[in-house]
Design a protein around this ligand. Structure first.
Ligand code: MMA
Ligand code: CA
Length: 202
């Protein structure tokens, strides 16, 4: 009986307190952990990245791995993002390696799009002379590799065996809220309509 009482005190009073404290202090870390568990992630702007160097595979195997982990193959939409990733690839001693991005012209055979987002390229950093659909190779997927201290892009056959980079994009609302929380007193932040306030009041 005593054991039961201890158990019910624990579950009725302590569990909600522990859970609320956890949600209040690091809910965003928790959310990220749920979506992309156990992978060491790089953080830039509103995205997290995973450098896939545990195996080499085709474009499709790379995409499958990323999806399995709640992520997608990389898209690069700015020079800043390209630089950030390049610096990290160099820092990790992977300057001679090639990585899959989600860039491809598979859908219509000619327009370069990011398959992770469905968007056509808004920024590019092709190697000089690329994309060239090199003779007889049927090059429909985009790899990236360090050249002169930055990531340059090249079209290659999608069945080549390469490392890869996965990404996950955090929803703008969620990210803006995080920035606000980091720069304000928690109690000053108004939650978006529809969210239940579980924060501990000071
Ligand atoms: C060359 C060049 C590329 C092509 C690859 C295929 C090493 O680079 O022709 O455009 O994609 O070969 O291996
Ligand atoms: Ca090429």
């Amino acid at each position: 009986m005593f054991g039961l009482r201890v158990l019910s005190v624990f579950s009725v009073i302590l569990v909600p307190i522990i859970l609320t404290a956890k949600i209040e202090t690091d809910w965003f870390e928790t959310l990220k952990g749920e979506r992309a568990p156990r992978l060491p992630l790089l953080e830039f702007d509103h995205k997290s990245y995973y450098l896939g160097i545990i195996f080499k595979g085709s474009y499709f195997q790379a995409e499958q791995f990323c999806r399995y982990h709640g992520m997608q193959l990389l898209s690069i939409t700015s020079a800043e993002e390209n630089d950030f990733l390049g610096q990290n690839v160099i820092k990790m001693g992977l300057s001679t390696e090639r990585f899959w991005t989600s860039g491809s012209r598979l859908p219509d055979g000619k327009t370069w799009v990011w398959m992770s987002t469905g968007r056509p390229f808004s920024f590019n950093n092709w190697f000089p002379g690329e994309p060239n659909n090199a003779k007889e190779y049927n090059e429909q997927c985009v790899e990236t590799k360090i050249n002169k201290d930055e990531l340059k892009w090249n079209d290659v056959n999608c069945t080549r065996q390469l490392y890869f980079i996965c990404e996950i994009s955090w929803p703008t609302d969620c990210y803006k809220l995080l920035e606000k929380i980091n720069s304000t007193q928690v109690s000053d932040v108004n939650l978006p309509a529809g969210l239940i306030d579980v924060r501990i009041q000071p």
